[in-house]
Every structure is written in structure tokens, then in C-alpha cells.
Design a protein around this ligand. Structure first.
Ligand code: ADP
Ligand code: MG
Length: 951
């Protein structure tokens, strides 16, 4: 493939076929025109829920990415006026062949070297084209939730700032990459759910300054040891809403930018300018069942999906001129500057060389620039580099070295990773709102119901008393009437009877006086007739009376039946009331059920948060010692929970749960018949047990000597630490016993996992450790360790045993009941999280043993060696997972402390590992410990000389 006049350079040492450049048939090197397609499998919002099981969050198995090589374009600046004159008689030192993406660098008049790039941009290439081939694919990746870097490298005056930073206000076609990238970003984000913010910085003489706020000098870089993400918490961050405000910011930054004049170009800069654009986008999770308010569905929480947030970061770097500094030679503190500028740039060159050659050591920590760009080269970002060159043969040397830099960068392979996470805060907020709504709705219904019952009751009472009153009045009236009529008729009858009597007596007298015989007959006739008349009159009257009486009686009967009727209706009203009361009780029952479901819902939410935080919880003491900054932030969480939304929300939720359900009730649910209920109850207890975690950490680390600020600790103690932790409450209420019983009696894997997790959390305190041992916990945990298959269960069990291993008093018993064998047995699972816990347990145990032997209370060989731990730890001492490796390294150092173990360690191959640790271990304290042990122990000394180890 070598051309007639030169050597064909790149592609020869490529690491894989993807970076092979000289095979035309493959055509692999065009800038990926459509990253959306190539990343589809990772970036669809729907399938983006690939971390559907919360337990997989933050675990290593999700860390696979998409391979993406660093792409490099070369751009040639047109001759400037000076060159037109000075170089008029000379040809350009380069010749571009854009169709075949090659560049020829002239050696002399008859010989040249040829290089191939991903893109070759001639002096005629427009700013638009440069943006489209260099930056647009990167910007699109950032919009999809990946990190991206666009960087310009080249000699001062070759057009780096022209390419990246032109604002193009007078001539929009001249706009550079920064402005065009922001245009594309703003066009694509949603103003409601997404946010765009920028920081603009300058790195000059190993000091990072804030270009948005010149008073803000010397900003420090913070690295997240877990994710490897770098951030600059001290830098100002400006929220961008429109293009105008962004251009305004760039102008402001440019005004602040330190630019030292050089001989080559008055506008050139010796500082590195770094623009960081953070794009945060939110995608809705599926939660249709929750929002449809089905209320009584106990499984409603199962389809609950929190929204997903994707955070892409675009970094645009305008590097300082790549020329050797003596050439630009201006006065002042140039020499100092030269050193510093060379420091960052040469460190960048070294890193890229190391990455290109696939070397095991990449000196990232050598400069601030390389620390800032760790994700851009060999990291998880999509990276595009534009190298700028000038045409002048006078600068052929610089041009050649720029080209070589670009060639090496093309060999750097990145692994693109999606930066997405669940938005727990908004899920929790939504759940809270839902909960409030349910409670309010329920209260409203109950109130309405009570009112209704009250109304019906008063109405019925009123009706009854009204009827009774009218009835009594009517009855009395009727009685009086009848009585009166009766009396009157009696009186009349008496009068009549009297009158008749008198008449009789009078007639007899008169007859005696008058003609007795004649008159008597006629008188007798008359009176008889009159009597007869009177009698019949009386008879009718009597009949009338009888009728009246009958009518009265009927009236009375009618009233009586009316009364009975009323009584009946009263009884039915009463039964209505009791029915309503029954209904009310049912409602209360329903409410209780609803509350139970709300509790389950909350426990699930807590479970999600709990497991998401698990990585943090797994972090052990060693890590904190190594990274005190992180402990600071953790302490801050403990100290200022009000500043921490999610922490606060979780605490509040647990408190609410406590209030609503009560610990006793939760513990009693551990024995519920329904497996689902039991599982949720265990989860709630696990969460409650985990809540004490920060307290335990606090007690562990907040000794004045460790933290050094007495006042701070007093604040912690007085304000935010509860007087009695949930853990204590759980243990007091017999929760530990119930959890252990669940390990024994339940067959359900989930219950095993969550119960073991809760026990692991409880096992962080010394008192609980003793209780767990006394209640036969180690046997139960060993039993579970032997039977479980789910790595998460094993991780919890191993974590619990590992905690117990750290208690000096329990060593013999723990070993005697098979704890160490059980721990070792779990390595069969092979999951790195489980192995890390096993390693931690062994390290804890070894530490206690070494303490005991130092104090002279133990003289025999290590129980760990007795139980056959040595082969496994030797085999894994250099495990690639750092938590496993670190614990084992510690364990080996502790075992080696005691001379009685030395022979076994040498024959088991541990000596090699100790030597390695003393030389290579990244932790200085472990390294020193290993070194001291090796130099002090005569057995090891002898072993090393026997094995020919030169120490
Ligand atoms: P650097 O940032 O690499 O030091 P500059 O971007 O400041 O270089 O460019 C130096 C000079 O060259 C500026 O005057 C700029 O306008 C000019 N220049 C650079 N690239 C081009 C180009 N592609 N077309 C026209 N002029 C250019
Ligand atoms: Mg510049």
C-alpha cells in the first residue's frame, strides 16, 4: 500500500479491525452519520427501561457499552497575508487528497509521507461542513444521553479558535462549532421537561479559572470513584434558555479569557478553554395503572415505573497552541508558563500514546487536563478531534508533530455508555400526591356518610315524636268528646225518666179528683200513646248513641292501628340506622385495607430507593478512609437532611409508615398467610433496619479525631440523630427473632433475600451481632448460604456473615458453627458482589485474629487457614474487581502479621501476592503494611531467598 514516494503510516498497529485504516473494502472510517441508529438498542426510551429490576442498578453487569473509536479530522488553514508574501516562492508543506481522505506531508521536493484520516478538510471547507462532519454526530449522541467531546489541537494560529469559537455575529456562515452545537441542542430539547446548562472554564498553568465569574479562581476537580465521572462543583453553571443568552455568555467568557500575545499570532492563547454543556432530559416511565386510580388493586404498584433521566455532557476543548514554547518566546513569566502548558499538553500526548499502544498504565493523573478529559479518551464518551494545520513550509516540524498526534489519537478506543438513571424524586413526589389524594377522598366520603346518617336519624326521630304527639292529642280529644256525649245522653235519659215518673204520679192524682172511670181510660190511652212515642224516640236516640259509640270505637281502633303503623315505621327506621351503621363499619374496613395497600406501595418505593442506594451502603470503611471528601458529603447528608430532597422524602415516608401502620403491626405481618403480604412486610422491616445505617456510620466515623470539628459533631448529636433508632425498636419488638424465623421457615427466595438484607443491616451494631449469634443466627445464615441460588440473596447473607466476622468476641463461636465454611461456600456463585462480601468477611475475620495475636490472646494458626480459605484468596488476590482485590489484600496482610501463619502462606503461594501487594497496591497504607511484614518476618525472608525473589 506504500505510495511511490512515502511510507504509509497508520493502520499498522491497530488494535482491532475497526481501526484498520488501509483496507478500502471495509470503508469503516466515515464519521458515523447516524449515531441514533447505531445506538438504537441502548437508547430507545421504551427499551431504555433495561434496568427494569431495581436490583441491577449500579451493578457491574450493566456496564457494557458500545465501542466507539476516537474520530480525527484534519483541517488546513488557508494561507494568510503574511504567508502569501513570505512563502510566495514555496509550495505548501502539505497536499490534501480529500476524496480518499488522505494527506501528503512533503519531506522535500521529491518525497512525501501519506497519512489517512477520518476526514480531510481543505482550506475551502466551510464552517458548516466542518461542524457537520466533526461535531454533529457527537451532539446527537449527547442528546441521546451519552457524553461527548469535541477538541481542537494544533499550532497557534492554525485555526482552533476559528473552528470552535467563532460567534459569527456579523456573518452567520462563519459560526463555529460551539454556537452551532447549541443551536442544534436548543432545537431538540423540550422546555418543560429538559434542561440545558453550561460552564465555561480556562485551564492556565495548572489552574482552572471560571470564565463566567473571574473572581472564581482555582476550581478543583472532583472524581466519582464509582462511576469515574469528573465534575467541577466550584464552577458557575448557567442555565441556557435561548441562543442569544448563550452567545452572550460566550462573549463574556471570551472577554475574561487570558490571552498572552505571542510572536506568531496576536490573538492566540496559551490557555486551554473548556466549554461544558450539560443536557438533562426526562422520559416518562410507564405508570398507567397507578394514574387510573383503580384503588383496590393490590398489584397496582407492580407496574410502577419511575421516569428516566438521561444526562449527556458535551465538552468542547480549545487547546493551547501545540508548538514548543521556545518558538513563541515572549517575555515575562514565559518559562513558568511554558512548563505548565507543556505539562498538560505533554501529559495529554502521553495518555494518548499509552491508550493507542494499549499500555496497562495511562498517566491520567499527571495533569489537570488529562484528569478533566479522562472520559473523552479511553472513557465512555463519543470523541471527535479536529487537528488544525497551516500550509507554511516554515512550520513543517510543528505540522508533522500535529499530524502524528492525530494519527495516534485515531487508535484510541472508547466504550460509549448511556448516562441514564431513574428519577426517584419525581416518582416519590407523584406517589405522595397520589397518597394525599386517596386520603382526602376517603375523608370526604366518610364525612358525607356520617352526615347522611345523622340526617336520616334526626328525620326519623322527628317523625316519630310528631306522630306520637298527634296521636295522643287526637285520642284525648276523642275520649273527651265521647265522655261528654255519653254524659249528656245519660243526663237526658235521667231527665226523661224523671219526667215520666212525675207524669205518672200527677196523672193518678188528677184522676182521683176528676171522673175517675171515664178520664182514666182516655187519660190512660193518651199517656200510653205518649209513652209509646217517647219510648220509640228514646229507642232511636239509643240506637243513635250506639251508632255514635260504635263510630267512636272504630275511630279508636283506627287510631290504634295508626299507632301500630307508626311503631312499625319506627322499627324500620331503626333497622335502617343499623344497616347504615353496618355500612359505615364496612367503609372503615375498606379504609384500613386501602391504608395497608398504601403501606405496601410505600414499602415498594422504599425498596426501590433502598436497592438503588445499596451501592452506597456496600461501601465499607476502607473506602471512606481513602476518599474523605465522600465521607464529608455523607456526613453532610446526616447533618443537613433538610437539604437533601430524596433523603428527606424517604425519612418522611418511613415516619409516615410508622405512624400509619405501627411497628408491631408490621412485625405481625411477617407471619401473614399471604406470601405477598409477608414479602412486603419483610421489605418494610428491611428498609426500617436500613434507616439506621447512617447513624451507624455516624457513630463509626464521627469521632472528634477523625472529623476534627467538635461543633459539627455536637450539631449532629443534638439535632438530627434520633434518640432511639429503628434498628433498636425492631430488635426490642422481637423483629430480629421473626426475621431469623423467616430464614428457617420460609421457602420463598425473595423473603430469604430481603430478610437476610435486614439481618445484614442489623448486624452492623455490636449488640445486635451478639443477639444474632445467641439466637442461632449463624446456623440459619449458613443454611441459607448453602441453599440459595440467587446472587442477591447470597450477597445479603454474605454481607450479614461478613459483619459478624468483624466482632472479636464472636470469632470462636462463628467459626465453630460453620460460618467461615458457609462464607467460603458462597464463592461458587461467582457474582462479583457476592465475592466482594465474602472477601470482606475474610478480611474482617483476619483483622480480628491479627488483633488477638498482637494482644497475645491467640497463638495458634489462623482459623481461616484451618478452614481452607487460603487457596481461594491467593487465587483472587489480584481480582480485577477492586472491592474484592482490596479486601483480599487486606486479609493477606493481616494473616501475614502473625509468624505462625507464614509457612502455610508460603506453601500456598501467598508470598508472591504479598510481594506484589507491597509493590503495586494502589493503597499506600496496605502497600506499607505488606512491605513492613515482609521485611520483619524471618520466615518470609527465608522464603523469598529460597524462591529467588529479589526484595
Ligand atoms: P488558533 O486558535 O489556533 O491560535 P485562530 O483560530 O486564532 O488560531 O486563527 C488564527 C488566524 O487565522 C485568525 O485570524 C483566523 O481568523 C484565521 N483563520 C483560521 N482558520 C481559518 C480558516 N479556515 N479560514 C480563514 N481564516 C482562518
Ligand atoms: Mg486560539
Amino acid at each position: 500500500m506504500a505510495t511511490t514516494a512515502g511510507v504509509y503510516r497508520n493502520g499498522n498497529h491497530s488494535r482491532n479491525s475497526q481501526s484498520t485504516n488501509n483496507n478500502k473494502a471495509e470503508k469503516p472510517l466515515s464519521f458515523n452519520p447516524n449515531p441514533k441508529n447505531s445506538l438504537k438498542s441502548k437508547s430507545l426510551p421504551g427499551s431504555g427501561l433495561r434496568r427494569s429490576a431495581p436490583s441491577s442498578l449500579g451493578t457491574a453487569k450493566d456496564d457494557t457499552g458500545v465501542p466507539g473509536r476516537v474520530r480525527v479530522a484534519v483541517r488546513l488553514r488557508p494561507r494568510n497575508e503574511e504567508e502569501m508574501v513570505a512563502d510566495a516562492d514555496f509550495a505548501d508543506c502539505v497536499e490534501l487528497l480529500p476524496e480518499v481522505k488522505r494527506l501528503k506531508l512533503r519531506k522535500n521536493n521529491w518525497d512525501s509521507d501519506t497519512y489517512e484520516f477520518d476526514e480531510v478538510l481543505t482550506e475551502f471547507a466551510s464552517q458548516k461542513r466542518v461542524y457537520e462532519v466533526v461535531a454533529k454526530p457527537v451532539v446527537e449522541s449527547v442528546m441521546d444521553g451519552y457524553n461527548g467531546t469535541v477538541m481542537a489541537y494544533g499550532q497557534t494560529g492554525t485555526g482552533k479558535t476559528y473552528t470552535l469559537g467563532r460567534l459569527g455575529e456579523e456573518d452567520t456562515s462563519a459560526r463555529g462549532i460551539m454556537v452551532r452545537a447549541m443551536e442544534d441542542i436548543l432545537a431538540d430539547v423540550s422546555q418543560e421537561t429538559d434542561s440545558v446548562s453550561v460552564s465555561y472554564l480556562q485551564l492556565y498553568m495548572e489552574t482552572i479559572q471560571d470564565l463566567l465569574d473571574p473572581t472564581n479562581g482555582n476550581i478543583s476537580i472532583v472524581e466519582d470513584p464509582k462511576s469515574g465521572d469528573v465534575s467541577l462543583p466550584g464552577a458557575s453553571v448557567a442555565e441556557i434558555r435561548n441562543q442569544k443568552s448563550f452567545v452572550e455568555l460566550l462573549r463574556l467568557g471570551e472577554a475574561h479569557r487570558f490571552a498572552a500575545n505571542t510572536k506568531l499570532n496576536t490573538e492566540s492563547s496559551r490557555s486551554h478553554a473548556i466549554l461544558m454543556v450539560h443536557v438533562k432530559r426526562s422520559f416518562k416511565g410507564r405508570d398507567s395503572i397507578l394514574s387510573s386510580e383503580t384503588g383496590n388493586n393490590p398489584h397496582m404498584a407492580k407496574s410502577l415505573k419511575p421516569p428516566i433521566i438521561r444526562k449527556g455532557k458535551l465538552v468542547v476543548v480549545d487547546l493551547a497552541g501545540s508548538e514548543r514554547i521556545d518558538k513563541s518566546g515572549s517575555g515575562g513569566h514565559t518559562l513558568e508558563e511554558a512548563k505548565s502548558i507543556n505539562l498538560s499538553l505533554s501529559a495529554l500526548g502521553k495518555c494518548i500514546n499509552a491508550l493507542a499502544e494499549n499500555s496497562s498504565h495511562v498517566p491520567i493523573r499527571d495533569s489537570k487536563l488529562t484528569r478533566l478529559l479522562r472520559d473523552s479518551f479511553g472513557g465512555s464518551a463519543r470523541t471527535s478531534l479536529v487537528i488544525t494545520i497551516g500550509p507554511s513550509p516554515r512550520h513543517r516540524g510543528e505540522t508533522a508533530s500535529t499530524i502524528m498526534f492525530g494519527q495516534r489519537a485515531m487508535k484510541v478506543e472508547n466504550m460509549l455508555k448511556l448516562k441514564e438513571e431513574f428519577d426517584y424524586k419525581s416518582l416519590s413526589r407523584r406517589l405522595d400526591i397520589q397518597l394525599e389524594k386517596l386520603i382526602a377522598e376517603h375523608e370526604k366520603q366518610q364525612k358525607a356518610f356520617e352526615n347522611e346518617i345523622e340526617r336520616v336519624t334526626t328525620e326519623a326521630k322527628l317523625q316519630i315524636s310528631e306522630s306520637e304527639r298527634t296521636y295522643a292529642v287526637e285520642l284525648e280529644k276523642e275520649r273527651l268528646n265521647n265522655q261528654k256525649e255519653y254524659m249528656e245522653s245519660i243526663k237526658k235519659l235521667e231527665e226523661k225518666w224523671m219526667m215520666n215518673q212525675q207524669k205518672h204520679a200527677g196523672g193518678e192524682n188528677i184522676a182521683g179528683l176528676k171522673d175517675e172511670s171515664s178520664n182514666w181510660i182516655s187519660n190512660g190511652e193518651d199517656s200510653r200513646v205518649a209513652n209509646m212515642e217517647e219510648l220509640s224516640e228514646m229507642k232511636t236516640k239509643l240506637q243513635k248513641e250506639t251508632l255514635l259509640r260504635k263510630a267512636a270505637e272504630e275511630e279508636v281502633n283506627k287510631l290504634k292501628s295508626q299507632l301500630a303503623e307508626l311503631k312499625k315505621s319506627e322499627a324500620s327506621a331503626k333497622s335502617d340506622i343499623s344497616k347504615l351503621q353496618k355500612k359505615l363499619e364496612d367503609e372503615a374496613c375498606q379504609k384500613e385495607k386501602l391504608e395497608g395497600e398504601i403501606a405496601i406501595l410505600q414499602s415498594q418505593l422504599l425498596q426501590i430507593s433502598f436497592e438503588a442506594d445499596e451501592t452506597a451502603r456496600r461501601i465499607d470503611k476502607g473506602w471512606y478512609e481513602k476518599v474523605p471528601g465522600s465521607l464529608d458529603s455523607l456526613m453532610l447528608q446526616v447533618r443537613q437532611p433538610q437539604n437533601n430532597d430524596s433523603g428527606n422524602g424517604e425519612k418522611a415516608s418511613i415516619a409516615k409508615l410508622f405512624e400509619q401502620v405501627g411497628l408491631q403491626r408490621i412485625l405481625s405481618l411477617l407471619e401473614a398467610e399471604d406470601v405477598d403480604v409477608r414479602i412486603h412486610a419483610v421489605k418494610v422491616v428491611a428498609n426500617l433496619a436500613a434507616e439506621g445505617f447512617f447513624l451507624v456510620l455516624y457513630q463509626h466515623f464521627a469521632s472528634p479525631s477523625f472529623y476534627g470539628q467538635h461543633q459539627l459533631i455536637q450539631n449532629c448529636a443534638s439535632s438530627d440523630i434520633p434518640s432511639k433508632t429503628n434498628q433498636e425498636k425492631i430488635v426490642e419488638a422481637g423483629g430480629l427473632k421473626s426475621l431469623l424465623m423467616l430464614l428457617r421457615s420460609s421457602k420463598d427466595e425473595t423473603i430469604h433475600r430481603v430478610a437476610a438484607g435486614a439481618i445484614a443491616n442489623l448486624a452492623m451494631s455490636e449488640t445486635n451481632q451478639e443477639l444474632i449469634m445467641a439466637q442461632g443466627g449463624i446456623r440459619l445464615l449458613s443454611m441459607t448460604a448453602g441453599s440459595a441460588e440467587d446472587p442477591q440473596t447470597l450477597r445479603m447473607v454474605a454481607g450479614a456473615i461478613a459483619n459478624l466476622c468483624g466482632n472479636d468476641k464472636l470469632q470462636m463461636k462463628l467459626r465453630g458453627e460453620g460460618g467461615i465454611k458457609a462464607l467460603l461456600g458462597m464463592v461458587r456463585c461467582g457474582h462479583p458482589d457476592v465475592l466482594a462480601q465474602v472477601a470482606r468477611g475474610i478480611a474482617n475475620f483476619a483483622k480480628c485474629e491479627s488483633r488477638a495475636s498482637t494482644q497475645g490472646t491467640k497463638n495458634e494458626r489462623s482459623l481461616l487457614i484451618e478452614d481452607g480459605v487460603l487457596p481461594w484468596i491467593v487465587q483472587n488476590a489480584n481480582n480485577e474487581a477492586s472491592p474484592i482485590r482490596r479486601h483480599i489484600e487486606l486479609a493477606l496482610c493481616h494473616l501475614a502479621q502473625h509468624e505462625v501463619n507464614a509457612k502455610d502462606m508460603i506453601s500456598g503461594g501467598a508470598l508472591w501476592e504479598l510481594v506484589r501487594i507491597s509493590r503495586d497496591c494502589s493503597r499506600e497504607d496496605i502497600r506499607t503494611l505488606a512491605h513492613r511484614t515482609l521485611t520483619c518476618s524471618p520466615t518470609f525472608q527465608a522464603g523469598m531467598s529460597r524462591l529467588g525473589i529479589d526484595y
